[in-house]
Write a protein that binds this ligand. Structure first.
Ligand SMILES: [Fe+2]
Ligand SMILES: [Fe+2]
Length: 254
């Protein structure tokens, strides 16, 4: 089977290219299953309407990240039984679920999100221990991990941690597509970062002029989403009948 994973959808421009282009991309790449990271649909967070749009456009599962709860309107939606997942390694008191098991033509696909800890808020469990817990406690035929982390080192380490146990491990959060797509030695399809679905003429989705002014020492602005030069980025993972990944192909579409 083929699994298409799409990197963080950023702002209205990212939502727009996703809803306009995903249908045609699916017809061309023929994935059996689509995972979309939606944590930045509003910039910071996602609304119920945006999540519905992503499902309507063709997402089977929507994953979130460190901005999962920033838009408070999404909170009741997260407990509504839809296949939208917030990070698994948060305290159980958080709304929503950390994984979803979805039937795909008789194959039970478990999709989960994990938050990294290096250069991020440390107020959550080890993603490595949480991954072990999930694999021990959740029954599925294939496991897909969205590792939402800042550091390439932590992401690569997670790839090896899951190698042979997960079909797919891809990174999100840094919004810059990496060129290290590969199959790890024990058969896990891996990519350090899927990239971003949104304005490429930006600093990870926001207007570059504002980001540059901030880095040059100015006061923190109210960051606005950019809409210049949109692309849809992600990766296509081909999984064999034995559950091992056979190949990973970068996706980068205008
Ligand atoms: Fe993001
Ligand atoms: Fe993030």
């Amino acid at each position: 089977m083929k699994i298409l994973a799409i990197g963080d959808v950023c702002g209205p421009a990212g939502c727009d290219i996703l809803t306009r282009r995903l249908g045609a991309i699916k017809r061309r790449l023929s994935p059996d299953f689509v995972v979309v990271n939606g944590e930045n649909a509003t910039g910071r967070g996602i609304t119920p309407e945006q999540a519905d749009d992503m499902f309507f456009a063709g997402a089977d599962v929507v994953t979130l990240g460190n901005h999962a709860f920033d838009n408070r309107k999404i909170l009741p939606y997260l407990d509504d039984g839809k296949p939208i997942v917030r990070p698994y390694n948060l305290a159980p008191a958080h709304p929503g679920r950390g994984y979803a098991v979805v039937d795909c033509a008789g194959i039970r696909v478990c999709v989960t999100s994990l938050l990294g800890r290096l250069h991020m808020d440390f107020n959550h469990d080890s993603p490595f221990a949480a991954a072990d817990r999930l694999l021990e406690s959740v029954s599925a035929d294939l496991y897909v991990f969205d590792f939402h982390a800042e550091a390439t080192s932590e992401k690569k380490a997670m790839g090896y941690h899951l190698d042979g146990r997960a079909a797919v491990c891809f990174g999100t959060h840094t919004h810059v597509q990496t060129s290290d797509a590969r199959v790890l030695p024990q058969g896990t399809g891996y990519l350090t970062d899927l990239g971003m679905t949104g304005a490429q003429e930006s600093v990870i989705g926001v207007k570059w002029q504002q980001s540059l002014a901030y880095f040059r020492g100015g006061p923190a602005p109210r960051f606005e989403n950019s809409s210049e030069q949109c692309r849809l980025q992600g990766a296509l993972f081909t999984i064999g009948p034995d559950g091992r990944c056979q190949g990973v192909q970068l996706v980068d579409e205008t």
